[in-house]
Design a protein around this ligand. Sequence first.
Ligand SMILES: Cc1ncc(COP(=O)(O)O)c(C=O)c1O
Length: 473
Amino acid sequence: MYKSEQLAQNLKLLIENGTWKVHSKLPSLREQVQRSGFSLITVMNAYQELESQGLIYSKEKSGYFVAEQVTTQIPQTHAVVALNPKIEINSLVFKYLKSIQSKHISPLGSAFPDSQLLYPPKLIQIMGQLSRNRHSYDQTTNLPPGNLELRKLIAQRYCMQGIPTDADDIVITSGGLEALNLSLQAITQPGDYILLQQTIFYGAWQAAERLGLKVITLPEHPQHGFDIEAFEQVIQTYPIKVCWFMLNAHNPIGFTVSDEIKYKIAQLLHEHQIHLIEDDVYEELFYGSQKPLPMKYFDQQNLVLHCSSFSKTLGSGFRMGWVYAGKFSEHIQHLQLMSTISANALIQNALVEFLSHHHYEKHLRMLRRALEKNKKQFFQYLKQHLPEGCKVYNYPSGYFLWIQLPDKVSSMQVYEQLIQQQVGVAPSPLFNVLPSHQHFIRMNCSFEWTEQIQHAVDQFVKIIDNRLLKPST
Ligand SMILES: Cc1ncc(COP(=O)(O)O)c(C=O)c1O
């Protein structure tokens, strides 16, 4: 064992047995050198190790402090978790995405709605027409910040929700993920603190990992989805630079946070001058009569960068998204010009035609109806057939069901066994890195209920039944 590991272990004991209380200050590096007799570099390594385990946290120019204890249960309130900044979720996500890629795999693990419901014929027709005209490929008018007409149309959609928006606030990107990644890159430096929801789209973990950020997570609230009191505590405790939240049709769980809570979040962001990257790529997939408001609506100070895309409504194959960047527009354009250069010109032009002739609204109405119907069918079937001890979380938006398995059933093992039988599902370690959250499954329910789909769902149910009969492994 290295000296630093030995020292880290001794210090960990002091935290765990309560000798050092939560939020109390640790001895400074120099004091610790004197106390322990170890070198400065050993002490620094030991402190960094404890920080990476989430046991302590650092404040600029103030030193190190004892962090809150790691929570063990998903909807537990008032618990905050500091996580290892060296989270390695990338390889798991890569392996998972590869495993469900084959067209022979039943796509219940896919993040995209059934492609039968996307790629509307009218849009394909417009693209066909435009594709015969060389001007449609002209890159110059479509370079960052993107096609002006398209940005105006997107700005109009914000205005319709009561969010004053100018075309210059918008930057068109290659999908929502680019919008999110560029926004995060524009705001942070390596080593900055980012606050994520404890269960969140794996793209957020990947981005934090890539940019070398320190991740703090906020547990979900059992009723409201978002725990405003815990949020207030975290931002008072940690020097959070930016938050990355999904508050509408949350992926993977599905909840939408109320306007009241969004308003309070905005007030706290304002008070503490913290930026928010809002992932709202499911904003259009609500079942009710009103589109939920984004955080951008409550943002008085341009602290929120709202990111969305056409991937879940028209098709992810178009790779078309945007960010309401406001004052960050220039910076984001710089970053874009250094990486992907711009979003596809032909598709930007086609979207201008499609949106300006009101085809989008009609398509969205059909899409929402189909998703609601299909998800209902899955829900009813699962409710009837899943064994006791399973719980299905069902919310009126999107196309995912979040399924809680009995504690002793590992979602990773269920996924691995199912993939052998050519069925994909998304296990919770893709979304939540805590060992206590290994028994959830995200199921894509956007598909029409066919014999084939029923067979895939039956295989899922059978594996859980069998695992419950076996002693835990
Ligand atoms: C929550 C969430 N955010 C962002 C993205 C990325 O969207 P896009 O395909 O537009 O890049 C996805 C895609 O699955 C997602 O589920």
